[in-house]
Each structure stands twice: as structure tokens, then as C-alpha cells.
Design a protein around this ligand. Structure first.
Ligand code: FES
Length: 124
């Protein structure tokens, strides 16, 4: 018997996946959306917009962590940032997405695996 299924989705290679909250409850109205709208230009300027080093990005309506935003999660490390202002986003891009070092002063939560990695001396 053959199971009729739709075509399997595909995703181009990437190094990091940024999930940015564009909801209204974790930051000033429109702040998350403005950041999201700037992401492509910023990632392109940093040279991480294509190829295996690229940063994939998507918006999220709410993470259920509605304080001190905009809030952003970087996968696959599971590192969660708060207070992602335009200047702090530039810092996260330079230090984490390009330099593979989490910006600890902006981190409010990490997956257990990220914590283990940080204790071994590498947060990225
Ligand atoms: S609205 Fe951003 S985390 Fe809830």
C-alpha cells in the first residue's frame, strides 16, 4: 500500500536560526517589528545572509515571556535575549551570530545544553 503524502519541505543550510518576537506585550509597540524589518539588511551587512554560515530568521507573535523585550531566541544554542534594541541587535550579530560568543549581559535564559556548553568555556 502506498501512502499519499505531500512533498517534503526543504530548508537551505544555515548556522543559526533567530526567532524574534514581534508581539505587542514584551516591548514598545512596533519595536519588535522594526527590528525584524531591519534583520535582512543587518545580516547581509555582516555577511551571514546566505550559504552555510547564514542566519535564518522568523518572527514569532509571543513566546510567553512578555517582559523587557523585544525578546529573541537564537537556535540551535537555545539562548534567549531580552532588551533587543537596535544597538543590542548589532552587538548580538557581531558577537554571537558572527563571533560565536553569546552576549551574556543580554541573556535571560539558556537551554540546559547551552548552560553546559558555557560551563565548558564556549557559549556558542
Ligand atoms: S509579546 Fe513578546 S514574548 Fe509575549
Amino acid at each position: 500500500m502506498t501512502i499519499d503524502s505531500p512533498p517534503k519541505p526543504t530548508i537551505s543550510p544555515y548556522k543559526h536560526h533567530v526567532l524574534l518576537c514581534t508581539g505587542q506585550r514584551c516591548g514598545e509597540e512596533g519595536a519588535g517589528q522594526a527590528l525584524y524589518d531591519s534583520l535582512w539588511t543587518k545580516l547581509k551587512a555582516a555577511g551571514i545572509h546566505e550559504g552555510p554560515e547564514r542566519t535564518k530568521f522568523n518572527s514569532v507573535n509571543c513566546f510567553g515571556a512578555c517582559k523587557g523585550g523585544p525578546v529573541m531566541c537564537v537556535q540551535p544554542q537555545g539562548i534567549w535575549y531580552y532588551n533587543v534594541t537596535p544597538a543590542n541587535l548589532d552587538l548580538i550579530i557581531a558577537e554571537h551570530l558572527v563571533g560565536d560568543q553569546a552576549v551574556q549581559e543580554l541573556v535571560f535564559h539558556q537551554s540546559p545544553e547551552a548552560s553546559d556548553s558555557a560551563q565548558r568555556g564556549s557559549a556558542g
